[in-house]
Design a binder for this molecule. Structure first.
Ligand SMILES: [Zn+2]
Length: 223
């Protein structure tokens, strides 16, 4: 029997981690009668640290996603859960829920978010996707810029950096992107990557509307 190793750090695995984290999708009781967004989520082997270490960030990201991307079918079903969490008194989620109820349109594009928490969640998503596709952990020195085109950062210096990175991404021809296999719930999550680049450039879509683009700070072109 092969010893399973953590998708993130290579230590012995003791559990699994969902990619993306399960917490950002509603449970089926909140999604009924629509599709089960937690169905067919990918899991990768994980040590204890990299399974649970950013669950508070997962919850933060969930709250923002549900508030800002609640306009399509998948996001709509989140509202019930958002309201329930708000009634439990969780501070951030409560704030988001109040904003949502006041005027759903005012939240989209105007809410400044703590991008560092999105980054810590998507650092794990990057590594989870990489492990799932290659069966090896992304080298620990690999480092990424992550751009969230539908968010406004709380850091004003970030916005121009994002604009520059996005315009460089726009130079990549459409036929260089390919869908990453193995993610079987496209309403919840899809991944594309640019072919022939290592480590990969990734494009993630959640609910078919929230986007994240992960660009390695240095990469090589595969022969
Ligand atoms: Zn680990």
């Amino acid at each position: 029997m092969t010893q399973k190793t953590c998708y993130y750090c290579g230590a012995a695995a003791s559990s699994v981690e969902h990619v993306p984290p399960k917490a950002i999708f509603p449970e089926s009781k909140d999604a009924a009668p629509l599709v089960d967004l937690r169905k067919n989520l990918v899991t990768v082997p994980s040590c204890t640290l990299h399974n649970e270490s950013v669950s508070k960030d997962d919850e933060y990201v969930a709250g923002v996603l549900w508030s800002t991307h609640g306009n399509n079918e998948a996001g709509q079903v989140q509202i019930k859960k958002l309201q329930r969490m708000a009634s439990n008194g969780r501070g951030l989620v409560k704030l988001l829920a109040q904003n949502y109820q006041r005027d759903p349109n005012s939240v989209l594009g105007t809410l400044r978010v703590d991008v560092s928490r999105f980054i810590s969640v998507f650092e794990k998503v990057i590594r989870g996707v990489y492990f799932h596709s290659t069966k090896t952990a992304l080298p620990s020195h690999a480092s990424y810029n992550i751009v969230f085109p539908t968010l406004k950062s709380d850091d004003p210096d970030l916005q121009p950096v994002w604009a520059t990175l996005l315009s460089s991404m726009a130079q990549i021809p459409e036929d260089k992107w390919k869908l990453v296999d193995g993610f079987e719930n496209p309403l919840a999550f899809t991944v594309e990557q640019v072919i022939d680049i290592e480590p990969p450039i990734y494009y993630f879509a959640i609910y078919d509307s929230f986007e994240a683009i992960a660009i390695p700070r240095s990469f090589t072109l595969k022969p």
